[in-house]
Design a protein around this ligand. Structure first.
Ligand SMILES: *[C@@H]1O[C@H](CO)[C@@H](O)[C@H](O)[C@H]1NC(C)=O
Ligand SMILES: *[C@@H]1O[C@H](CO)[C@@H](O)[C@H](O)[C@H]1NC(C)=O
Ligand SMILES: *[C@@H]1O[C@H](CO)[C@@H](O)[C@H](O)[C@H]1NC(C)=O
Ligand SMILES: *[C@@H]1O[C@H](CO)[C@@H](O)[C@H](O)[C@H]1NC(C)=O
Length: 235
């Protein structure tokens, strides 16, 4: 009896191609079956009124919907414009393939005066997911909180806005920090969302970080509130 690995080595490229083909085929089949059969299944199950309608199934929408649905008396509808996510979309390393694809809203910035200088026409792509799971599908599983000032516009009178009280406390409630920021005051442990350091840093990334440090730039915590400079999340 031969193991799967030795089989893969012996058969090499055709085997790997076959596996990739099967994964894509299963993905398409699942999509097709869902679309086809939902026409028959959904009308019986659908109800016309909901206590809550959550628009978007991304990092925010999914969590809001889950929290609301924890109370079994609530009826919750989640609306998502994007496509169903097949098994291939679960692989974080495939993220670059998804950006600018049919699961991306294709947003980009206007030409920047003070940034994006290495980019064509100083324009930066801002990938946003049009898929179950939203943008969390497109960002390589990086845990990045919004900048404190992003949340100001949520308040009618923004002088009432206190980042620590209104926003940070909820980020902390959700987080289970397992990495190097475990004892940081801006992070916490025990929440439902596990956050960890990268399991490895490539030699190239390490050289880059060393070079940056030798030029006296500091390397920040990506979620430390200071969203300028460099963060040690590259691999
Ligand atoms: C759901 O509603 C019932 C009846 O109104 C009530 O007795 C029960 O406590 C509610 N459950 C929750 C989790 O709120
Ligand atoms: C783009 O960046 C360059 C610096 O590389 C700058 O000189 C130029 O003014 C920028 N373009 C725009 C449209 O701001
Ligand atoms: C906004 O809130 C501040 C502090 O609570 C208050 O002094 C101010 O009058 C408010 N402004 C408006 C336009 O309501
Ligand atoms: C970095 O800081 C050290 C200590 O202040 C100084 O000796 C060195 O010249 C600085 N390096 C650069 C590239 O500015």
């Amino acid at each position: 009896m031969i193991s799967l690995t030795s089989f893969a080595i012996r058969c090499g490229f055709p085997f790997v191609s076959f596996i990739i083909f099967m994964l894509i085929f299963m993905c398409i089949l699942k999509e097709w079956m869902f679309t086809y059969f939902s026409n028959y299944l959904l009308p019986e199950k659908i109800i016309n009124e909901f206590d809550y309608i959550v628009v978007g199934s991304g990092s925010a929408g999914s969590i809001v919907a889950l929290r609301l649905a924890e109370n079994s008396n609530n009826t919750v509808l989640v609306l998502e414009a994007g496509i169903c996510a097949g098994i291939l979309f679960d692989i974080p390393g495939l993220t670059p393939l998804l950006q600018k694809s049919l699961v991306d809203w294709h947003y980009s910035t206007v030409p920047q005066k003070h940034g994006g200088w290495a980019l064509k026409n100083n324009i930066s792509n801002w990938p946003m997911g049009s898929i179950y799971g939203g943008t969390s599908r497109l960002n390589s599983m990086i845990y990045a909180r919004g900048h404190p000032s992003d949340f100001k516009s949520w308040f009618k009178n923004d002088s009432n806005y206190l980042y620590e009280k209104h926003i940070l406390s909820y980020f902390m409630k959700a987080e289970d920090q397992r990495g190097r920021y475990k004892s940081s005051q801006l992070h916490s442990t025990g929440g439902p969302l596990a956050v960890d350091d990268l399991p490895f840093i490539t030699p190239f990334a390490q050289h880059f970080l060393d070079a940056v440090s030798s030029l006296n730039f500091s390397i920040h915590d990506l979620n430390g509130g200071e969203n300028r400079g460099l963060w040690g999340v590259i691999s």
